[in-house]
Design a protein around this ligand. Structure first.
Ligand SMILES: CC(C)(COP(=O)(O)OP(=O)(O)OC[C@H]1O[C@@H](n2cnc3c(N)ncnc32)[C@H](O)[C@@H]1O)[C@@H](O)C(=O)NCCC(=O)NCCS
Ligand SMILES: Nc1ncnc2c1ncn2[C@@H]1O[C@H](COP(=O)(O)OP(=O)(O)OP(=O)(O)O)[C@@H](O)[C@H]1O
Length: 200
């Protein structure tokens, strides 16, 4: 089974690309979704112990937790130390299930793939990218998002140009959904051995 890492900075179109891989029948593990799921289960008591007041009824309140960690590098590092090992274990269990089911290709959707040493866990890497002004407009258009929150998150992510340098495939998501879908189909065909390599 080939394990394909999917990453990209905030607002670059990772969720959209991830959904397109799923539409093509490729199993995808989504780290952000795993965090949110773990916050309603195993991670909640650990997060509450480290950040009192961050949970309600045994579930992490992400808005409350965000207020305690966003913009505070030491607090975020502490939170990541709790969350990342749990997410990694969740992804490993997902891969084991896919292998057992005979999957030929599986995707790990990891926003912080490069930042957390995820390169060792995947064979090929897809980076979703778009021009900085497109990214900013997308992110600031979201409810609850502020320029400060965007800067705080961006500051913890490897810059887009560095990510692109490390990619096996770059998907430009500023060209519309159809172009992205076609590119994803090409990547799947290539990795499934149905097509000669065509480069990034
Ligand atoms: C700070 C929290 C509470 C804010 O919650 P909120 O619902 O507002 O945001 P959400 O989780 O949907 O994340 C929004 C975007 O920021 C990115 N992001 C989240 N945490 C981080 C981080 N520590 N460093 C860089 N990017 C991050 C996400 O990948 C996503 O693209 C939450 O993001 C969190 O618990 N982060 C720590 C866990 C983590 O590192 N997650 C990243 C993927 S494993
Ligand atoms: N391939 C694409 N073509 C056109 N528009 C796109 C494409 N991908 C994403 N977009 C638009 O960009 C916005 C952000 O996309 P998406 O939610 O997939 O980003 P993301 O990288 O997953 O964000 P985050 O890291 O914050 O979770 C959406 O509003 C979506 O409509």
């Amino acid at each position: 089974m080939i394990v394909l890492g999917l990453t990209g900075s905030i607002g670059m179109g990772k969720s959209t690309a991830s959904a397109m891989f799923r539409d093509e029948g490729v199993p995808v593990h989504d780290s952000d979704e795993a965090v949110h799921r773990l916050y309603a289960g195993a991670a909640a008591p650990l997060v509450e112990a480290a950040f009192p007041g961050s949970t309600a009824d045994g579930v992490v309140d992400r808005a409350a937790l965000g207020k305690l960690v966003l913009g505070d590098a030491a607090a975020m590092k502490k939170l990541e130390g709790i969350v990342h090992p749990l997410v990694r274990a969740d992804a490993d269990a997902f891969l084991a299930r896919q292998r057992a089911a005979g999957a030929k290709l599986a995707v790990l959707d990891i926003p912080l793939l490069f930042e957390t040493g995820g390169r060792d866990r995947v064979e090929k890497i897809v980076v979703v990218s778009a021009p900085a002004d497109v990214q900013r407009a997308r992110v600031l258009g979201r409810p609850g998002m502020t320029p400060e929150k965007f800067e705080a998150i961006s500051a913890r992510q490897m810059p887009d140009d560095e990510k692109r340098r490390l990619a096996d495939y770059i998907i430009d998501t500023s060209q519309g959904f159809d172009v992205t879908r076609a590119h994803i189909r090409e990547i799947i065909a290539e990795l499934s051995g149905n097509k000669e390599p065509s480069g990034a």
